[in-house]
Design a binder for this molecule. Structure first.
Ligand code: SF4
Ligand code: MG
Length: 283
């Protein structure tokens, strides 16, 4: 709870900077869902860090009144990993888009799932590179032909974030939709409270370059079942779905990357290691 015992409202977690997202962009709802989750949990602003890469969605840290880091393309997860390991008392949230996170950042995504360091990753998926004016991304449908660079579509099978997260060892996997910000806020709260790496694929429409995504409001529906802790059931659920069912899909806590051990052993060796390096390079 905040030290002054005054409850923080969602707007208290926002900065004075007005977002420059296009009117109607889904990312406004994701920002609202994040600040609602902060308020629901009454997190102290000084104990939260929002880390991003590059892209329309990666502008989000600037629109919050918490610590933030607007990094380089595809590299939000290594920064978030380092911060969460070094400062385990913080709530660390990485945000970004599908281009940033699943293309250049794809490698980091696999290993963040595998490592299970305790932070939340919200990937705002609009199936397009929005900031660079509408090129096909890893999650674009194969026949999406709006881009001059792929006038016949990419004809490439889209990247499957939830399936790949499960196969890579993620222990919390969810899918949210920007058209349902309250449900997304609840999911973000659950992800923050989850002990370990928590991945949320947030379907967040790009109204400018993919206006057809406005139809998502008629397509997205909740998963029929509650989250499962059985990875086989989760795999069946993910592969049996068209990618438009929302909810927490899989939740199965396992030990986080050993921060505690790092505290007790590796950290105590850091001065020795630094000294040894210094000796090695002494002229
Ligand atoms: Fe949002 Fe698309 Fe505009 Fe970027 S280009 S701000 S993703 S609507
Ligand atoms: Mg995108």
């Amino acid at each position: 709870m905040p030290s002054d015992n005054i409850a923080l409202k969602p707007k208290d977690y926002k900065s004075d900077i007005k977002p420059i997202w296009c009117p109607g962009c889904g990312h406004y709802s994701v920002l609202n869902a994040i600040t609602k989750a902060m308020s629901a949990l009454q997190l102290e602003k000084r104990n939260v860090a929002i880390i991003s890469g590059i892209g329309c969605s990666s502008r989000l840290p600037a629109y919050t009144d918490m610590y933030g880091f607007h990094g380089v393309h595809g590299r939000a997860l290594p920064v978030a990993t380092g911060l969460a390991v070094a400062r385990p008392e913080l709530t660390v949230i990485a945000v970004g888009g599908d281009g940033d996170g699943f293309s250049i950042g794809g490698n980091h995504f696999l290993h963040a799932c595998r490592r299970n360091v305790n932070f939340v990753y919200i990937a705002m998926d609009n199936e397009v590179y929005g900031m660079t004016k509408g090129q096909a991304s890893p999650t674009s449908p194969p026949d999406w032909d709006h881009s001059k660079l792929a006038p016949h579509g990419t004809q490439i099978k889209p990247f499957q974030p939830a399936a790949i997260a499960l196969a890579s060892g993620a222990s919390f996997i969810a899918r949210a939709y920007s058209g349902k910000p309250n449900a997304m806020a609840k999911m973000i709260s659950e992800a923050i409270e989850f002990p370990g790496f928590a991945f949320i694929q947030a379907l967040s429409h790009c109204i400018t370059f993919c206006p057809e995504q406005s139809q998502w409001k008629d397509i997205v529906r909740p998963f029929d079942e509650e989250a499962t802790s059985d990875s086989v059931v989760a795999a069946q659920r993910i592969h049996g779905d068209d990618g438009f069912s929302a909810g927490v899909i899989y939740k199965n806590p396992r030990p986080c990357w050993p921060v505690e051990q790092l505290d007790k052993t590796a950290r105590s060796h850091i001065p020795d290691a630094v000294n040894a390096l210094g000796e090695e390079f002494r002229l």
